[in-house]
Design a protein around this ligand. Sequence first.
Ligand code: SF4
Length: 361
Amino acid sequence: MSQHTVPNMPLKQLNRISPSKYFSLQACILREIWSADTQINGLLPAAAIIKIGTVAHKVLELTVKGSVKNEEDAVKQWDIEVKAIEEEMSSNWLEKHLLPLSKRARYYEVKRQQCLIMVRSILLRGGISGITRHSSIQAEVWVESHNGKVAGKIDVVRQTSEGIQIVDYKTGAVLDIDAGTDVVKQEYQQQLKIYAALYNEKYCNWPEHLVILTLGHKEYDIPFTRKECTELLEKASARLDEVNVMITSAYNTKELANPTPDNCRYCAYRPACEAYWAARDLTGLWPIDCFGRIIDKRVLNNGNLRITLSNGTNNAVIRGLDPERHKICNLSDNDVYFYNLNADSTPGYYSENLLTTFYSK
Ligand code: SF4
């Protein structure tokens, strides 16, 4: 199997649901089945800034755990985590061209500085308003439902004079822009509410506050009732059973897929998803992907490739392809699928960006 061939993607039952995945499991079961399978890798590269979010998260976790004791440690730890992620990426054909992260990740230095400011704040007062340095703090607290069906790690649990706070660090956008100002995305609200119920199941103690803390040092308190948290936990547990029954009885992947522009936009499994290609159209709402048989392929004076595809109805021209990265020179007469393109102002014309990837049939 070549790098550019979609691998076999089995459907395995889910062992459990993580609170962070409950919302996305409602959106598309197929995506979550594949993403839960540790034997399956994403088929499209993740944006470099997501890797930086992972680095920041790790540095903050080690600060809360006490391994990072001062800002100098934090600077060193940042470099260690970046190096570890870069090593992993360098052996992945999908992502090695995104190195070094310091150059390829947008807002690299902004995120780094925000992380260091947050470290300082955690070292002083746990990073959260109104908390004194004497409050007890635990990082990566594992919580699991009695039946084992819902489980996950809480980023931070703080014991304060006001009671327990459950805190989740987020390194990306947290607000629901369609819902008005300062409304946290439903998925994050549900995640924290399920954590609250799980925490209570384990410790017989309800938290007083559920807090989202961003890298930009904004803090959002999620209002909740105990009843809704308990109900959400019950729903998540029941959903696991329903989904596993669906997986057992599904004849093909299409029965588990829910292709919509919003669901599919950032899905790394589009190359394996028949339902996606059956559902998508050429409206600008869907990801900018295209497919067809190669009918022309040429290297331009600037060394970049330009190829023309025909899908039987329309032609698509893709310019600016890096021949080193795409190795498409060896292909002829193949059906190819291109993902994550930029659309030119002329209809039917596209160009590549750092996330552009192709698969052939
Ligand atoms: S491409 Fe869309 S429908 Fe297919 S698995 Fe991904 S999110 Fe689901």
